[in-house]
Design a protein around this ligand. Structure first.
Ligand SMILES: [Zn+2]
Length: 432
């Protein structure tokens, strides 16, 4: 039995931090006892973490872990290193690997390669062969495996019939479809948000309607078939308004915020040297300040209810190109917790909203994983010890790639230790 005391232990029932004792037995939380230490277990050996905060580690529903034939960008091991440091215990991986995760054999290979890692890796299977949106994969076989569900992320599912059928197939197996909402007939290359900035820089912009038009269509399709709808990386105020309305009608929807859409606006692209402009290329694009503000508010009122990194490593020869030729995406997983913590402070989100989006809501979407989703007795002992006010300058070291807009940024929030299933997996004091 391990006993840990902190003056700031997360009390999920009350939605606040309180002095308390966390007892761990094997991989589970044995008990959480709130009150002063002398009152709870004075005679037992206790690890005292003083004023460091303790709360549940995160579940990231949107990671491009690469590996396989793109191990020059990232391997499962380097991705895990980022996750452990960033406070993420479960890494849900997108299917746009090479080869694609579109067959039983490839999913089995995924599990084989990730099974020994301390962070848990869970794949999505591709909804369609080679993510082409034309031929469905073998849903029956794939959805019987311990995967998160189906996703063609990186590409939209434009064929309504396929989406309708995929929603029904996942619903039957208590899994979900994660959608990349981009009408590629509107967005074209999608290098930057259509704005005065894109025009000033002479780059073809992509309007918000490329996203919101599909969000609108898919909310309707999901409502028709009475299936849950999960929307990846939401970027625009119009989409937020549609999701908010749907939730008010009682529709079952979940939606992600990424750190980059929470931090930046398209105008920030103008402060980058032209040689680094392609670092700003993400999909969907980073939009206006009204869009960013609406995303911040949407987490506060539960409209956006999942934090997700959309960690997307790329090598220099694929990213350091003119913006129209460069790959989409950036890395952020290594600082998952600090980045969202800084956004929490800036947007005045409650801790309750924070842990709902980092932990309990994503866990609720993965019902086949038993024993996660609550920070209470009998549940998995995966947690972080952190100081939410300590400032640090971000230095990305864990990933094989370095494509990010966050390098050198000064933000608040620092993880001291990360534990998964009752074992310490990261310690700031033992820096590698
Ligand atoms: Zn995507």
């Amino acid at each position: 039995m391990i006993r840990i005391f902190s003056k700031k232990l997360w009390n999920e029932a009350k939605g606040k931090f309180e002095p308390g004792l966390l007892a761990i037995s094997d991989d589970k939380i044995e008990s959480l006892t709130f009150g002063k230490p002398e009152g709870v277990a004075a005679k037992q050996k206790i690890m005292d973490f003083g004023s460091l905060y303790i709360g549940p580690s995160a579940i990231d529903l949107h990671v491009h872990a690469r590996d396989f034939n793109e191990s020059h960008k990232e391997t499962f091991e380097t991705c895990e290193k980022s996750a452990l440091k960033g406070g993420v215990s479960r890494v849900v991986c997108m299917a746009n690997t090479r080869p694609r995760l579109d067959s039983v054999a490839q999913i089995l290979e995924f599990f084989k390669r990730t099974k020994k890692l301390r962070a848990r890796f869970i794949p999505f299977a591709a909804a369609t062969q080679n993510l082409e949106g034309i031929e469905p994969t073998d849903w029956n076989a794939l959805l019987s495996m311990p995967i998160a569900g189906l996703s063609d992320d990186g590409k939209p599912i434009l064929d309504e019939k396929i989406l309708r059928a995929a929603l029904l197939a996942t619903k039957k197996k208590s899994k979900f479809v994660s959608l990349h909402e981009e009408d590629t007939r509107i967005s074209k290359c999608s290098a930057l948000h259509l704005s005065e900035t894109s025009m000033r820089l002479g780059i073809e912009g992509s309007p918000s309607s490329a996203e919101s038009s599909l969000v609108q269509r898919d909310l309707k399709i999901a409502a028709d078939v009475k299936a849950h709808l999960h929307l990846g990386h939401i970027s625009s105020a119009e989409s937020v308004a549609l999701i908010r309305k749907a939730k008010r009608r009682g529709q079952s929807v979940s939606a992600e915020l990424t750190p980059h859409h929470g931090f930046f606006t398209v105008e920030d692209a103008e402060s980058l040297p032209l040689s680094q402009l392609s670092q700003f290329k993400v999909c969907p694009p980073i939009r206006s300040d009204e869009d960013r503000d609406s995303l911040g508010k949407a987490v506060g009122d539960g409209t956006l209810d999942c934090f997700a990194s959309d960690h997307a490593p790329h090598s220099r020869f694929e990213k350091n190109l003119p913006i129209d030729q460069a790959m989409h995406g950036l890395i952020s997983l290594e600082y998952f917790f600090p980045l969202y913590n800084e956004l929490r402070i800036q947007n005045a989100w409650s801790w309750k909203s924070f842990f709902a989006a980092s932990f309990s809501r994503p866990a609720a979407l993965l019902p086949h994983l038993k024993g996660i989703g609550k920070f209470s007795k009998g549940f998995e002992a995966s947690f972080i010890m952190f100081d939410p006010d300590l400032e640090q300058v971000l230095r990305f070291r864990a990933s094989k790639s370095s494509n990010t807009l966050f390098e050198g940024k000064q933000i608040r929030g620092c993880i001291f230790q990360h534990w998964i299933s009752g074992k310490k997996v990261y310690d700031l004091a033992e820096k590698s």
